[in-house]
Design a protein around this ligand. Structure first.
Ligand code: NAD
Length: 294
């Protein structure tokens, strides 16, 4: 199996490392923070325990998978022998441009460089390297071990042979890859985030309260979770940032963020991670209580 490196050991990075290691790949997990690496490993171990409890993984396979993951804070040492790098560092364009320049210098010349970015242009990231034909989007969904989709994003210069390889790696991980082209929001967020914004507009205009809006979408459209609760899980700051990318990229008023969303982000109400968004989340409780907006 070809060695794979994952950059970033946060929410997405540890999930991506998990699925590659589970499917037999030697994985190097890289982060600037030793704490994040430690936390990443412990999350992978706990999530694999859950798979063991469900009978989806044996203890022996778990232990094999864990032994395939090594960690390092050194980017250059961590990518030296990689066939594929999946970057899942913080969503910040300047950071990603710098990272891809470094990866271009440190990785073997035939290594494929993939980004898990939710909203940054793959074409722009690729242009920071001398190998834009080998740069591609590999957009996993959260939680990675559970969600089937990988949105494979072709940048302007991506070589079709590279796309084929990434599609084949994704299938080998038990995922369903969908190939799309690099335009703002790709497909997933271009459709999802304006729907979330529209749900917030309904709330803002007093069309219905939080619980009713989410119930309409859950029971009426068979969505597993209403759009307002989903926004809380994604993070309201992340939703706002993606809307700004869509607004700037397409220049259409339809993508203008609802003023209520802008206000909530300014007030630090970011959803689950801050303890409150459209619902209140009490530590230690799984219950989400709808907030009243008058
Ligand atoms: P996160 O904040 O949980 O983790 C980011 C990690 O990157 C942190 O551990 C941080 O220490 C590390 N990092 C920062 N700079 C680094 C560097 N120079 N080198 C190595 N590591 C570095 O973020 P996340 O939610 O896992 O998101 C990661 C990427 O995945 C982003 O591009 C995001 O848009 C994308 N994404 C997120 C989700 C989601 O639901 N969270 C879903 C799909 C895609």
């Amino acid at each position: 199996m070809q060695p794979v490196s994952i950059i970033g050991s946060g929410t997405m990075g540890n999930g991506i490392a998990h699925v590659f290691a589970q499917h037999g790949y030697p994985v190097t997990l890289i982060d600037v923070s030793p704490d994040a690496l430690q936390k990443g490993l412990s999350t992978i171990s706990k999530n694999m325990d859950r798979q063991v409890a469900k009978g989806a993984l044996t203890l022996e396979k778990k232990s094999d998978a864990m032994s395939r993951i090594r960690t390092t804070t050194s980017l250059a040492a961590g990518v030296r022998e990689s066939a594929l790098v999946v970057e899942a560092a913080t969503e910040d364009i300047q950071l990603k441009l710098r990272l891809f320049q470094q990866l271009d210098e440190a990785c073997p010349s035939d290594c494929i460089l993939a980004s898990n970015t939710s909203s940054i242009s793959i074409t722009r990231i690729a242009a920071a390297t001398q190998r834009p034909q080998q740069v591609i989007g590999m957009h996993f969904m959260n939680p990675v071990p559970v969600m089937k989709l990988v949105e494979v994003i072709n940048g302007y210069a991506t070589d079709p042979v590279v796309t084929e390889k990434v599609v084949s790696w994704s299938r080998h991980l038990g995922k369903e890859p969908c190939v799309v082209n690099d335009y703002p929001g790709f497909v997933a967020n271009r459709i999802l985030i304006p729907m979330v914004n529209e749900a917030i507009r309904c709330l803002h205009e007093g069309v219905a309260d939080v619980a009713s809006i989410d119930t309409v979408m859950r029971l009426g459209m068979a969505h597993p979770m209403g759009p307002l609760q989903l926004a809380d899980f994604i993070g309201l700051d992340v939703c706002l940032a993606i809307l700004r990318v869509l607004q700037e990229g397409y220049g259409q008023p339809a993508y203008a963020p609802c003023p209520l969303l802008v206000n909530m982000v300014a007030a630090g109400k970011l959803g689950v991670k801050s303890g409150e968004g459209f619902y209140k989340y009490n530590p230690g409780s799984k219950e989400a209580l709808p907030v009243s907006f008058q």
